[in-house]
Design a protein around this ligand. Structure first.
Ligand code: AMP
Ligand code: GLY
Length: 427
């Protein structure tokens, strides 16, 4: 089978790495891909997921059997629809189903309609009305840009002054452009945050595993929200009993609800959850693709072949009996460039990649934002630069291995969190 992965980040590198190990796969292709992926995939840097005609052309020329779409933007823009119309098997939802992530309002209204537990909310497209609502609430709340904002369009606010400032930034100054023309203002949930993944063909499903990421930029969950500074899997925050509730109260009703609405969801459903102290799960957000950086530890932990699941889902023939096995634990530490998440310094030379990869057998270094300069050396090329991932028999062991590898790597302006997965060890 010839498999094309769309995207260029650390998540796509991890998918390419995993897919390339499948005995069913003759070739892995990536568009645009990245220099860091070249060992596992043939890359087509001039083809981007934003241009469906180019992707279609590549599929025909390269006789692609299956397309796996990594990022949310091309899904929301309808790349999966364009490929399906041309008769190509594709892992990823239609534009219509991708609204679960592409519009927070759509997601909230869907959950209310299907009685899926989530925070109370109101949606606004008028700044004055949104301000009045925040003032009426008076206390803590969460302000969210409706559309896609690379994980940064959410402000968790202690009180009205902070929420008003967030509204000003999103709707007034339009920091996220049209994505902030509508906002959702919702109740602040408390508990432990967990990500949960299930693959579905629109009807049947195979659950994967839970992971936890670290969204704030600094240690101790301080600073701004980012796309994710690190992750680990599994997580003690999700007990077996809570996992059962997540499946029965959230995952199954979501898949069934989408099908019932005439909008079947094909691909990976990634639910961002808050697990209350009593174990009750509620949805914080839906994502319609694999998480970044959660995919990196998930792929490193996953035993067995992912490809039959991706292909089965894409063709509407997912075999629910085909559950996967998992290694004990894995931890991923993201190395970011100077200025991230507000900006990203580019072109800084990265040292120590080989030494880092050689620190222990369970270490895999995924490239999130790198490129090769004219001498062939890797340099930074984005906010999140590398995702250093390691397996272990315990979280402590995986964490130690990941940080031992990190200690070999250096680039100007490099910053990272030093407490990834600490949470898994205290609870
Ligand atoms: P989202 O992009 O919706 O996942 O939000 C980003 C982050 O904001 C989440 O990972 C949570 O940490 C936080 N967050 C979002 N909504 C809520 C909520 N209703 N209550 C508490 N925290 C939230
Ligand atoms: N790490 C969170 C996300 O991929 O949205």
């Amino acid at each position: 089978m010839r498999v094309l992965v769309i995207g260029s980040g650390g998540r796509e590198h991890a998918l390419v790495w995993k897919i390339a190990q499948s005995p069913l796969v003759e070739a892995v292709l990536a568009a645009p891909g990245s220099a860091g992926m070249r060992r596992d995939a043939q890359c087509f840097p001039s083809v981007s997921g934003e241009n469906s005609a180019d992707v279609l052309d590549l599929c025909h020329k390269q006789k692609v059997d299956l397309v796996v779409i990594g990022p949310e933007q091309p899904l929301v823009a309808g790349l999966a629809d364009a490929l399906r119309e041309a008769g190509i098997a594709v892992f990823g939802p239609s534009a219509s189903a991708a609204q679960l992530e592409g519009s927070k309002r759509f997601a909230k209204e869907f959950m209310v309609r299907h009685r899926i537990p989530t925070a109370q909310f109101e949606a606004f497209s008028d700044l004055a009305k949104a301000r009045a609502y925040v003032e009426k609430l008076g206390g803590p709340c969460v302000v969210k840009a409706d559309g896609l904002a690379a994980g940064k369009g959410v402000a968790v606010c202690d009180g009205a002054p902070q929420a008003l400032a967030a509204l000003e930034e999103i709707m007034g100054a339009r920091r996220f452009g049209v994505a902030g023309d509508q906002v959702v203002i919702e109740e602040l949930l408390v508990g432990q945050e967990v990500s949960y993944y299930a693959i579905t063909d629109g009807e049947r499903m195979v659950t994967l595993a839970a992971a936890q990421d670290h969204k704030r930029v600094y240690d101790g969950d301080r600073g701004e929200n980012t796309g994710g500074m690190g992750a680990y899997s599994p997580t003690p925050a999700l007990s077996a009993a809570s996992e059962k509730r997540v499946i029965e109260e959230i995952v199954r009703p979501t898949i069934a609800g989408m099908a019932q609405d005439g909008n079947p969801f094909v691909g990976v459903l990634f639910v961002g959850l808050m697990i209350a102290p009593d174990g009750a799960p509620r949805v914080i957000e839906y994502n319609v693709r694999f998480g970044d950086p959660e995919t990196q530890p998930l792929m490193v932990r996953m035993r067995g072949d992912l490809v039959p699941l991706l292909d089965g889902a894409a063709r509407g023939k997912l075999d629910p009996a085909q559950a996967l096995d998992w290694d004990d634990t894995s931890v991923c530490v993201v190395l970011a460039s100077r200025g991230y998440p507000r900006s990203a310094s580019k072109g800084d030379r990265i040292e120590g990649l080989k030494e880092a990869a050689a620190t222990s057998a369970g270490v895999v270094i995924f490239h999130s934002g790198t490129k090769q300069d004219e001498t062939g050396a890797f340099v930074t090329n984005g906010g999140r630069v590398l995702a250093v991932t390691a397996c272990g028999a315990t979280v402590g062991e995986a964490q130690k291995r990941a940080y031992a590898a990190v200690s070999c790597i250096h680039f100007d302006g490099m910053h990272y969190r030093r407490d990834i997965a600490n949470r898994a060890m205290v609870s």
